[in-house]
Write a protein that binds this ligand. Sequence first.
Ligand code: KG4
Ligand code: ZN
Length: 508
Amino acid sequence: MTIENTGLKLPAGVALRLASPADLDAIMLLEQECFAAEAWSRQNIQAELTEPHTYYVVLQDEGGNLLGYAGLSKLSSSDQSDIQTIAVSPSQRGQGFGKILMRALLDEAVARHAKECFLEVRADNPVAESLYRTLGFEQIDVRKNYYRPSGVDALVMRLDLRRYAPVVLGIETSCDETGIGIVRGNQLLANVISSSMDEHARFGGVVPEIAARAHLEALRPTMVKALEEAKLTLDEIDAIAVTNGPGLGGALMVGVGAAKALAVATGKPIYAVNHLVGHVGVDVLERGELEVPTIALLVSGGHTSLLLVRNLLDDVELLGETIDDAAGEAFDKVARVLGLKYPGGPEIDRAAADGDPKAIRFPRGLSLPKDMAEHRYDFSFSGLKTAVARHVEVAEASGQSYSKADVAASFREAVVDVLVTKAVNACLDYDVPRLLLGGGVVANRRLREVAAEQCAKQGIELRIPAFSLCTDNGAMIAALGAQLIMAGRRPSSMGFSAESTLAVTDVQ
Ligand code: KG4
Ligand code: ZN
């Protein structure tokens, strides 16, 4: 039986499946090859394979040859689980098979509701010990002369499974979306969003005070709904993560206050995390891990940032950002000029459908050679917005009609052209073969089209998370919190505050 586990990436041609008694001969051969005099007996392994409280898996190649096997034991009466054995064929080492086997067992331990996992490792096997440490195991004891007949000591190691796959509740309130997300490790359990967008519509943009009040009202019901969706109680949450910036000060304060209150009331650890880095980290929920290095283009109503991410948790560099309006804001403002509704992005997308993108050559902000020297990766949309307004004014003043579709299409083309050109330039300049998009503007059809075209042309892999994970949401905050916990980071101290201009280098 093949094991379907989206989090585990298997090399081509390699399969992971449950072990069966039919594997006994092959397992015995490998057991002897790996452990010689200390190998288990055939009866012993046979019994292990058939016990109901054990879980044995094998890795095999296309020819059906056994590459490795491993087993876990978890009694239903206990919170503890044990790694019984793990072996990788000597000719197949150094390819990550040990880690794949371990992760299969640990995922199963979590699924069987174990809270801890224990194992013994030979004191003279630093390679295995280091693998276990990277998974979060810590040494808790030494058993002298444990292995017979060699007399080698055994190190006893323990993994807190809440660190291997912590259940984290994430709170996002940096703009107009109240987002509560719940994850278990890299697995998405719930993503509930309550938006105050409609309340801002008549003002043509987000009004900070209205957003903050809306968060206050929406937080509790949104959290209740998220817990329901995840089928969890608050007690079952291991940690809380919250966006503490960048964003609107008052809006952030509501989330930060709520998260702190929750942490104090429940005694759970709290992680204050960066909103922009959250947009990038959300990819772990779909792919199990973030492939780095990657360039990330984050475009929403509040931000337009180009990041170089070498390591999600401690090496994020801001290459450039908007020096005036955010990309989404430009869509919203131009929509208003054209008499379209808020939010402007979808309206302009619709209006542009029948327009000619080449009808009017609107300016491409910070793209002239003289600007590129200083602002190669920065953006500016206010000149473009003014150009659109002038175009409409001139047409109206002279009593001529103008084509809304052509203006919308030409404006959209100008924004998309700059966004994609600069992002692709960053990939080429830094020799990064990946581009990840995030933020509400990613809904833009033309942006997706041009990004796909340009990336394909340059051999760049384009990543666009599901739209519900692209717009502001709590799941990305929970996912980043979980990443920090899995990496062994300490919780934030309660003294942190909402920081509207938090730098991307401050991941936590
Ligand atoms: O990420 P998001 O939901 O968060 C905030 O910034 O609040 O992004 C909202 C922004 C708005 O400015 C909206 O006009 C823009 O994303 N947007 C779009 C499209 N759909 C939404 N912009 C361009 N094209 C779209 N189809
Ligand atoms: Zn955002």
